[in-house]
Design a protein around this ligand. Structure first.
Ligand SMILES: [Zn+2]
Length: 128
C-alpha cells in the first residue's frame, strides 16, 4: 500500500537540511542543488514526480497548514501568479527555514533586492 503522497513532505524537506550553523538559524539544504537553488522531487497527485525548488515547496507547505493534500493546488496557484520565494536571509539561497522565507511578487522582489543592494531592508522580525 502506498503512503499518502504528501504525508512526509515536511520531514523530507527537513531531513535534507543541516543543523543551523549561523546565528540566524538557517536550515541549509544539503540535497540536490540546481541553478543555485535547492531542488526536491515530489510525487504528484497522479503518481508522477515533479522536481520543485525546495524553498518554494516549504512555502507552499506552510500555506497548506494541516491540509497537505492541497499542496499541488497551492503550488500551482503561486506559480501561475508568478510569486517568487524570497529569502530574508539574503546571503543563503539554500536555506529552507520557513521563518526566513516569504512570497513576493516579481515587482516586490526586485524592489527588496534593490534595497538590499544598498544595505537597507534587512529584517528579522517574525511579526511582519
Ligand atoms: Zn535562513
Amino acid at each position: 500500500m502506498n503512503p499518502p503522497p504528501f504525508s512526509t513532505l515536511y520531514e523530507r524537506l527537513v531531513r535534507n537540511t543541516a543543523e543551523p550553523e549561523n546565528a540566524q538559524g538557517c536550515w541549509t539544504w544539503t540535497g540536490k542543488i540546481k541553478e543555485f537553488y535547492p531542488r526536491l522531487n515530489i510525487r504528484t497527485g497522479d503518481g508522477r514526480h515533479k522536481e520543485v525548488r525546495a524553498h518554494r515547496a516549504m512555502l507552499c507547505l506552510m500555506e497548506c497548514g494541516e491540509e497537505v493534500e492541497l499542496f499541488w493546488e497551492v503550488y500551482e496557484l503561486f506559480s501561475v501568479a508568478k510569486f517568487e520565494g524570497d529569502h530574508l536571509c539574503t546571503d543563503n539561497p539554500l536555506c529552507i527555514n520557513p521563518d526566513h522565507l516569504q512570497w513576493l511578487t516579481k515587482e516586490e522582489h526586485d524592489e527588496v533586492t534593490r534595497q538590499r543592494g544598498q544595505g537597507l531592508n534587512r529584517r528579522w522580525s517574525k511579526d511582519e
